[in-house]
Design a protein around this ligand. Structure first.
Ligand code: FAD
Length: 305
C-alpha cells in the first residue's frame, strides 16, 4: 500500500505529493488530468515571486518538480469511490483498487455549465468561461456574461475594457455581486444589465452569433446579437464521486479543519475541492502542503501497518 495517496494532480495535489515524497514515504498521485485547471489558464500574474507565467508552463513545471521525486504518478485515471477500512481504499474507473494509509483529496473544481442548446456546441467558438484567457479574442466585439454574482460582474467589468459592449444576463431579480462591484459596473458606459433573464439558447452557425433568453417577468422571448458568451455561474467542486464517504457542505465542498483533516481519520483534503475561503493557485499549494504534513503526522502517530 501507499503511505500517502493523492487524488488530483493540480497545484494542491502536486504540492501535497512533493511534501510527502520529501519525507521518504511511499507516495502516489492519481490524476484525471495532471495539471488541473491551470492547463486552461492563460496569464498568471499572482503566483508570488513569479511575475508572469502561463498555465501550461506552470503545469509543466509542476510535473517536472513532482518527477524529481519517487512519486508514482497515475495520470489519466479517475477515482470513483473512497472507502475507509483499516486502510483507505480508492477505486478507479478502470476497476483497480488502490490502498493507502492516508489519502489527500485534491480533485479541484470546474466551471458550472448553463446546460442550454449551443453551449457545448460552440465551446471555444464563442462560448468561453475565462475572461482572463479569452477576453482579448473579443476585442471590439459584443459579448454577454451569464451570471450576476461576483465572478460574473468581475468578468463584465474586465470585458467592458476590451470589447465594444457587454450584456449581463442575471436569472434572479437582483445582481448577487458585492455592491462595490455593482457600483463599478454601473459606472461603465458600454454595459447593459438584464435581470430576470433565463438564458434559453446560444445561437450560431459555425460560431456564436447571439443569445436567446426569456424575460421571466413578461414571459417574452428576446434575442441579442453578439459574438461571445462568457458563462460565469459558479465553480462546482469535483466531489460527487465521494457520496457520503466524506463530509461535504451544501456546495459540495469537502469540509476540512485548519490541518486539512476531513471527518474521516486518515483522509485529508486541499485546494478548490475543499471549503477553503478562496480558490487560487498559491492558496491551493499551501493547503496541499498542510494536508501532506498532517498526513505524515497521522502516519507517525497511528499504528497502521
Ligand atoms: P485543480 O486545478 O482543479 O486540479 C484538480 C485535479 O484533480 C486535476 O488534476 C483533475 O484532473 C483531478 N481530478 C478531478 N476529479 C478527479 C477524480 N475523480 N479522480 C482523479 N483525479 C481527479 N488562480 C490563480 O491563483 N491565479 C490565476 O490567474 C488564476 N486564473 C484562473 C483561470 C482559469 C481559466 C481557471 C479555470 C482558474 C484560474 N485560477 C487562478 C484558479 C486556479 O486555477 C485554481 O484555484 C487551482 O488550479 C486549484 O488547484 P487544485 O489543485 O485545488 O484543483
Amino acid at each position: 500500500p501507499f503511505d500517502v495517496l493523492v487524488v488530483g494532480g493540480g497545484p494542491a495535489g502536486a504540492s501535497a505529493a512533493i511534501y510527502a515524497a520529501r519525507k521518504g514515504i511511499r507516495t502516489g498521485v492519481v490524476a484525471e488530468r495532471f495539471g488541473g485547471q491551470i492547463l486552461d489558464t492563460a496569464a498568471i500574474e499572482n503566483f508570488i515571486s513569479v511575475k508572469h507565467t502561463e498555465g501550461p508552463k506552470l503545469a509543466a513545471s509542476l510535473e517536472e518538480h513532482v518527477k524529481e521525486y519517487n512519486v508514482d504518478v497515475m495520470n489519466l485515471q479517475r477515482a470513483k469511490r473512497l472507502e475507509k477500512k483499516d486502510l483507505v481504499e480508492i477505486e478507479l474507473e478502470n476497476g483497480a483498487v488502490l490502498k493507502s494509509k492516508t489519502v489527500i483529496l485534491a480533485t479541484g473544481a470546474r466551471w458550472r455549465n448553463i446546460g442550454v442548446p449551443g453551449e457545448a456546441e460552440f465551446r471555444n467558438k464563442g462560448v468561453a468561461y475565462c475572461p482572463h484567457c479569452d477576453g482579448p479574442l473579443f476585442e471590439g466585439k459584443d459579448v454577454a456574461v451569464v451570471g450576476g454574482g461576483n465572478s460574473g460582474i468581475e468578468a463584465a467589468i474586465d470585458l467592458a475594457g476590451i470589447t465594444n459592449h457587454v450584456t449581463v444576463l442575471e436569472f434572479g431579480s437582483e445582481l448577487r455581486a458585492d455592491s462595490v462591484l455593482q457600483d463599478r459596473l454601473y459606472s461603465l458606459p458600454n454595459v447593459t444589465v438584464v435581470k430576470n433573464a433565463q438564458t434559453t439558447e446560444i445561437t450560431g452557425t459555425d460560431k456564436v452569433n447571439g443569445i436567446s433568453y426569456i424575460d421571466r417577468e413578461t414571459g417574452e422571448e428576446k434575442h441579442v446579437e453578439l459574438s461571445g458568451v462568457f458563462v460565469q455561474i459558479g465553480l462546482v467542486p469535483n466531489t460527487d464521486w465521494l457520496g457520503d464517504s466524506v463530509e461535504r457542505n451544501r456546495a459540495g465542498e469537502i469540509m476540512v479543519d485548519k490541518r486539512g483533516a476531513t471527518n474521516v481519520p486518515g483522509v485529508f483534503a486541499a485546494g478548490d475541492c475543499s471549503d477553503s475561503a478562496f480558490k487560487q493557485i498559491i492558496i491551493s499549494m499551501g493547503a496541499g502542503a498542510t494536508a501532506s504534513l498532517s498526513a505524515f503526522d497521522y502516519i507517525v502517530r497511528s499504528q497502521v501497518e
